[in-house]
Design a binder for this molecule. Structure first.
Ligand SMILES: [Zn+2]
Length: 122
């Protein structure tokens, strides 16, 4: 499998997959984030510049878009199941918050990958 297009830049899917794995979308060898949602300014391995890329609300929007179809039926199913609310709602809250916290930086990596590739194509 080739990871670079004929121009020497990563393909869109490659950059998205690397961003999803929290790696540099350009080289895939260095970490993309210094903290939870703080991307590096410049890749420590390949030198790709991410200082001017602003993901804004894209990652949050993608997270809600991906989690909604799974979490809303789960929440309604639990609500009508008759299980004791004192146990199910805390568990449901932990599942929802945990899954969002896991997915949000990955969606930010995907958005940064898309923006990085689209910027390279200019
Ligand atoms: Zn890199």
């Amino acid at each position: 499998m080739t990871t670079l297009s004929q121009t020497g830049f990563p393909s869109l899917m490659t950059a998205c997959w690397r961003g999803f794995r929290l790696l540099c979308p350009h080289c895939g060898r260095a970490r993309l984030f210094t903290r939870y949602l703080k991307p590096v300014e410049v890749c420590g391995h390949c030198g790709a510049d991410y200082s001017d890329i602003r993901a804004d609300d894209g990652p949050a929007w993608l997270t809600v878009l991906l989690m909604g179809p799974f979490l809303v039926p789960l929440a309604f199913g639990i609500a009508v199941s008759g299980w004791p609310a004192v146990f199910t709602y805390p568990v449901l809250a932990v599942v929802i918050v945990g899954s969002v916290l896991l997915l949000l930086p990955r969606m930010k990596g995907v958005v940064i990958g898309v923006l990085h590739v689209s910027r390279l194509g200019k």
